[in-house]
Design a protein. Structure first.
Length: 299
């Protein structure tokens, strides 16, 4: 038994948590049969299995709350600058050294509202991840993905660079806000725990060794692609969505997890191509926007 303190809608509330050792009930969920490849990005997930290929936006429901959070933060910043002009330089940056801050009543109300929005967002994000993880459990019993160092993607660039076209400074920001909203690392943790609990296996291959985004099993070569290139072109008649193809290669990884098994890829490719084309058509026909996928959806 433990007492947990939480702030809900601006009020401090206390909850009694009963902690029991062991695993929770499985709710009669069962794993499917076969290999499943997962290519996870900062905001989306590509899945490839023997029965299904799919593209998902991670925690899609948090987007509306993210907009509200941005608007509240903008109001808070304006209020803080209006009540503390002595703490800012002319260019808008904060002065160095010790400062005294004065916050208006509006600012305090915004702060309570912001905290509540973050709480709601966290609940929605976790529920969305668990729902998606449960949906994937039926696809197979061996899941394979690449190791992703999301902490490194959150950090700002160290070097200051200027654009060759405009001469302006290039923003040092990377994927911190996206990772905060979508939490891909949390999704992988939730899915791994569910798979192992139900008796399946979950493997993570080394990204630098496997190079799923660079390999072509038809030509048997590795070629680097910029992040902006979202399609893998094998020949004039075969064009594959980059993340889905990476998930397919991960699904057919060799036992050591160092590279794709080429003969296995060749045997499974006709089925994957059929599933790939089906999911692309479904996304286009439903006009569903998949982030960073390169799939053009016309309104």
């Amino acid at each position: 038994m433990r007492i947990v303190q939480k702030e809900v809608r601006g009020r401090i509330r206390y909850f009694a948590d009963l902690v029991i050792s062991g695993y929770p009930p499985s709710k009669n969920r069962k794993l499917g049969k076969g290999d499943v490849g997962l290519d996870i990005g900062t905001s989306s997930l590509a899945v490839s299995s023997l029965t299904k290929a799919a593209l998902f936006n991670l925690a899609e429901q948090v987007q509306e709350i993210s907009r509200d959070i941005r608007l509240i933060q903008r109001k808070m910043d304006r209020s803080k600058r209006a009540t503390n002009p002595q703490n800012f330089n002319r260019d808008g940056t904060i002065k160095q050294g010790k400062k005294t801050w004065v916050f208006s009543n509006h600012y305090r109300k915004y702060r309570v509202r912001l905290k509540e929005l973050h709480r709601k967002q966290a609940v929605i994000r976790k529920l969305s991840h668990r729902t998606l993880a449960n949906e994937l459990l039926t696809l197979g019993d061996h899941f394979c993905t690449e190791t992703m160092h999301f902490k490194a993607l959150q950090k700002r660039k160290q070097n200051t660079e200027t654009s060759g076209k405009t001469g302006k400074y290039i923003r040092k920001k990377r994927f911190g806000k996206t990772l905060g909203h979508r939490a891909p690392a949390m999704f992988i943790t939730i899915l791994r725990e569910k798979v192992i609990r139900l008796g399946g296996t979950f493997a993570e291959v080394n990204t630098q060794k496997f190079k799923a985004s660079q390999y072509c099993h038809v030509k048997n070569i590795y070629s680097k692609k910029p992040l902006s290139q979202r399609w893998h072109v094998i020949d004039d008649n075969t064009k594959l969505q980059r993340d889905l193809y990476s998930a397919f290669l991960l699904m057919n990884a060799n036992r050591s997890g160092t590279k794709p098994n080429r003969s296995q890829c060749e045997a499974a490719f006709p089925l994957f191509k059929k599933l790939h084309d089906q999911v692309i058509r479904a996304i286009v026909n439903s006009k569903r926007m998949i982030l960073n996928s390169g799939i053009i959806v016309k309104n």
